[in-house]
Write a protein that binds this ligand. Structure first.
Ligand code: LLP
Length: 438
């Protein structure tokens, strides 16, 4: 297992023995746009959007909505792509909403999230008539109602619930009371209080419920438990208040392959399973099939992104390890430092050679900044281009200017053409907001 299992979408090794994505030679991309560079396989993003939509069309007879979770990767070009593919969009801040609106993304297909949405964010949501606000707490119910009232509007909402199940990559825990800042807890009765309050407020229209049980999930069983809990709560609400859930949003979470050993379920298997469980619960409890939404982020863009770096230094410490330093690091990929995330890489200009040297890939920030520990690479040398796989989700969107590194450029590649969708920051950009004071 190695490189072969990591080649996805339009990736291939070309006649020159170089890694190619979207018909573009990665070595040429590095030359043209510089490094570090985020390269996105546009057709793979589109294919993932279509696979989600098709899987719902095949498995779910009522309305379904695939809402791309913008926090994974959002730019103007990405908003356009998501709109073009007919998906909805989940935004988690005023900045993401602004990006979407600037890209002319239809506001009626936007969901807004957040455990603390500011007045300004809520006002922007109402003023722009976005599709749904996913309300997270009691304070927000009142705030949103009065903002909607002041604008003579009615805001359509979902309540974010905490169903007491939390999933992780390889395991899940189920506890009565999850310790989380998000949502209304079902178990302690707060969720029911929130429903009653929402129904009593004149400028809010409750449509249904939302939950999000985790991210980078490989075992889908926890979704079954979450779905059962959401329906049993909805049944209790219906019998106590007469309100029948019309919409159910199950959040995001499907995992992707970062290293060859990762084996996430397919989009098709994931969607088929949740549709089955929703249909089962609905029929068991006598609900009409709700409009069903999910919010995938990582599984749409994660594997479609690759970061190209230039190798600058190869430092061998005899009998200890060899450090290969690249021209980026934790400012373009904070995930190893934050989550201990693991990655796979290949020397893009030696992609057909056998990886013969175990090395550690280090970034150039002023701390240990390790990107990949102990990976086999083909004779890495200064000047080589290193391609790190699966960097499409939560990389550009989490990038920083630590050590005053300008953030990398982003290109979409397709059919042998590369489109620059975010230009590289310059040193001047770093000073954009600085002010000299006496
Ligand atoms: N919906 C909600 C309400 C969420 O909180 C999230 C992710 C998603 C959807 C999308 O989940 P996905 O399909 O991407 O798993 N920075 C972390 C991931 C944080 C995920 C936060 N919420 C990382 O780099 O792994």
């Amino acid at each position: 297992m190695g490189l072969d299992s990591m080649l996805r979408g339009t990736m291939r090794i070309n006649e020159r023995g170089h890694l190619e994505i979207g018909g573009c030679d990665c070595v040429e991309l590095a030359k043209e746009f510089g490094t570090p560079l985020y390269v996105f396989d546009e057709l793979l993003i589109r294919e993932n959007c279509r696979r989600y939509k098709k899987a719902f069309a095949q498995n779910y007879p009522a309305e379904s909505r695939v809402c791309y979770a913008g926090k994974a990767f959002l730019t103007l070009a990405m908003c356009r792509l998501v709109d073009d593919e007919g998906l909805w969009l989940d935004v988690a801040s005023g900045g993401e909403l602004f990006t979407a609106l600037q890209a002319k993304f239809p506001p009626e297909r936007i969901y807004m999230h957040g455990n603390f949405k500011t007045e300004d964010e809520l006002k922007a949501a109402v003023r722009n008539k976005i599709g749904r606000v996913v309300v997270d707490c009691m304070e927000e119910l009142e705030r949103l109602d009065s903002i909607a009232a002041s604008q003579n509007a009615v805001a359509e909402i979902l309540l974010r619930l905490t169903p007491g199940v939390e999933a992780h990559t390889h395991e899940y825990i189920r506890t009565g009371q999850i310790d989380t800042k998000f949502g209304f807890h079902i178990e302690n009765g707060v969720a029911f209080e929130a429903v009653k309050k929402a129904l009593s407020l004149k400028n809010l229209k409750l449509r249904g419920f939302h939950c999000h049980i985790g991210s980078q999930i490989f075992e889908i069983e926890p979704y079954r438990i979450a779905i059962e809990q959401m329906f049993s709560f909805a049944a209790m609400v219906r019998s106590e208040t007469g309100f029948a859930m019309q919409e159910l949003n199950l959040g995001g979470g499907l995992g992707v392959r970062y290293v060859p050993e990762d084996d996430p379920p397919s989009i098709e298997a994931f969607v088929a399973a949740i549709c089955d469980w929703v249909k089962e619960s609905a029929s068991l409890l006598g609900f009409e099939l709700p409009s069903l939404a999910i919010e995938p982020g990582r599984s749409i863009v994660g594997e479609a992104g690759t970061t190209l770096y230039t190798i600058g230094v190869v430092k061998e410490i005899p009998k200890v390890r060899t450090y290969v330093s690249v021209d980026g690091g934790m400012s373009d990929n904070p995930r190893p430092a934050l989550y201990g995330a693991r990655y796979f890489a290949v020397v893009a200009n030696k992609a057909s050679q056998t990886p013969n040297k175990i090395v550690t890939v280090a970034g150039k920030h002023c701390e240990s900044d390790i990107l990949i520990r102990d990976i086999a690479l083909a004779d890495p040398e200064p000047g080589d281009i290193l391609a790190v796989f699966t960097t499409g989700a939560y990389h550009y969107s989490m990038a920083s200017n630590y050590n005053r590194f300008p953030r990398p450029a982003v290109v979409f590649v397709r059919d042998g053409k590369a489109k620059l969708v975010v230009r590289r920051e310059t040193y001047d950009d770093l000073l954009r907001c600085d002010q000299l004071v006496d």
